[in-house]
Design a protein around this ligand. Structure first.
Ligand SMILES: Cc1ncc(COP(=O)(O)O)c(C=O)c1O
Length: 432
């Protein structure tokens, strides 16, 4: 090319959750069946969307207008429904005008960072959901700035670390939380969200709260949305149907803007996000049309409760087994369908391995030459047992070494076998 056509932030775009799939496919060719524990797609993992939801979708496809574009912000009646439901929960009150639909939250995340001034930085959790951390890093062409979620303290955010970094870096303009969190399953207590809102107020920042799992918080988790405590601080909540319905293939999510009227600069930023969505015309129409019909159905919340009870049961089993390993830190998640194990310092070494077929060893070795220690474990686990989990360091932009797995497996016996195999692999790897 006569001039460089590669964006300066291009090398910051990483999504190990899917990158590992190519390696797993090679392992599968060698005759080892793969247990997919990497991608948080409930449907791919065997969750059958309820017949009544499918019926609503089928009936909706009979309407000619679902084949049409929708308004840029999203269907009026759907945004009105969401605003009404939001307002019934108390906290900040919004209108349909404060809501903007996207083709999934992946699309929303991309718009949020793309439209941010390149100098403005958003501080996010470590470990981080990679779409946020990679998009933020690419937008600024600098490593993502993080605050610690503390594995030694039940994954609570280290607020002192957060404040110290905000004070030290004047470019930080916003804080992101993921609640319930991916990858840890941590649910932010309301008091903690209040403290984060207070920090935002003190340093004149805005808050992004990714609440895609908010309706999948476990019973008794104390889950409260940002809207309940945001007060007068500018903020953006992100929601979607990928995990809830579950319908990730619909590509449907939305953002709720809070307190646009309280800060001119935040209002201009929100306006630019709407303007950039306008250039794309609109988001997918069918799922927006279906959304209020499904969410207002009396079967909806009991259905979600049944699912979260199932996830919690898996979490209890995994916690019981993995917490017995002396080298691993685990906490029982309070929401979503992920769980994370952290290796204690000193447990992992460059010399460790698991028994692997010769041809697979030759295949994975080049990947491991410069790999982090948790990635070495994850690749050996994959090549040796076929279990495909995601390393924390490279998969979730984390300074701690560990791995994330799913609580989505429908078959409890299969799930138990997977967890038992992971536990044995960790023990064998540690003494190899
Ligand atoms: C925290 C979080 N935010 C956003 C997304 C993206 O969801 P969507 O399917 O709406 O793009 C995911 C998907 O895994 C997620 O875990």
């Amino acid at each position: 090319m006569r001039s460089n056509i590669v964006h300066p932030g291009a090398d910051k775009l990483r999504y190990e959750i899917r990158e590992i799939v190519a390696v797993a496919k090679r392992v599968s060719v060698a005759g080892i069946p793969i247990t997919w524990e990497n991608i948080g797609d409930p449907v791919a993992k065997g969750e059958v969307p309820p017949a009544w939801i499918k019926k609503i979708i089928q009936d909706t496809t009979k309407e000619d207008l679902i084949f049409a574009y929708s308004p840029t912000k999203g269907l009026e009646e759907t945004r009105e429904y969401i605003a009404r439901e939001r307002n019934l929960e108390g906290g900040i009150q919004i209108t349909a005008e404060d809501i903007l639909f996207f083709n999934g939250l992946g699309d929303a995340i991309s718009h949020l960072y793309r439209n941010l001034n390149p100098r403005a930085r958003i501080i996010g959790p470590d470990p981080a959901y990679p779409t946020h951390s990679s998009s933020e890093a690419a937008h600024s062409d600098k490593p993502h700035i993080t605050y610690r979620l503390d594995p030694e303290n039940g994954w609570r955010p280290d607020l002192a670390d957060m404040e110290q970094k905000i004070r030290a870096n004047k470019d930080i303009a916003g804080i992101i939380i993921i609640n319930p969190d991916n990858p840890t399953g941590f649910v932010y207590p309301q008091e903690t969200i209040k403290s984060i809102v207070a920090l935002a107020k003190k340093y004149k920042l805005f808050i992004i709260s990714d609440e895609i799992y908010s309706n999948l918080a476990f019973e008794g988790s104390g889950m409260r949305k940002l809207a309940s405590v945001i007060g007068s601080v500018p903020g953006i909540a992100m929601r979607g149907i990928s995990k809830e319905f579950p319908w990730p293939g619909a590509r449907c999510g939305w953002v709720e803007f809070y307190n646009r009227d309280k800060d001119k600069n935040f209002d201009a930023y929100a306006h630019s996000i709407v303007a950039s969505k306008t250039l794309e015309v609109c988001s997918t129409t069918l799922p927006q049309r279906v959304l209020p019909k499904v969410m207002s159905d009396p079967r909806y919340y009991p259905y979600l409760a049944e699912r979260t009870r199932r996830y919690e049961k898996k979490a209890v089993y995994a916690h019981e087994v993995l917490s017995k390993l002396p080298g691993l830190i685990v906490h029982k998640p309070q929401g979503a369908f992920y769980m994370t194990g952290v290796f204690k310092k000193g447990l992992l070494k460059k010399t460790q391995s698991l028994p692997v077929k010769v041809e697979l060893k030759k295949f994975i070795d080049p990947y491991l030459a410069k790999a982090s220690l948790d990635k070495r474990f994850v690749y050996y686990l994959l090549a040796s047992t076929g279990i495909c989990v995601v390393p924390l360091s490279s998969g979730f932009n984390s300074s701690v070494q560990g791995f994330r797995f799913l609580l989505l497996e429908r078959d409890m016996e299969k799930f138990k076998k997977t967890i038992d195999t992971i536990a044995k692999a960790i023990s064998d790897f540690a003494v190899s």
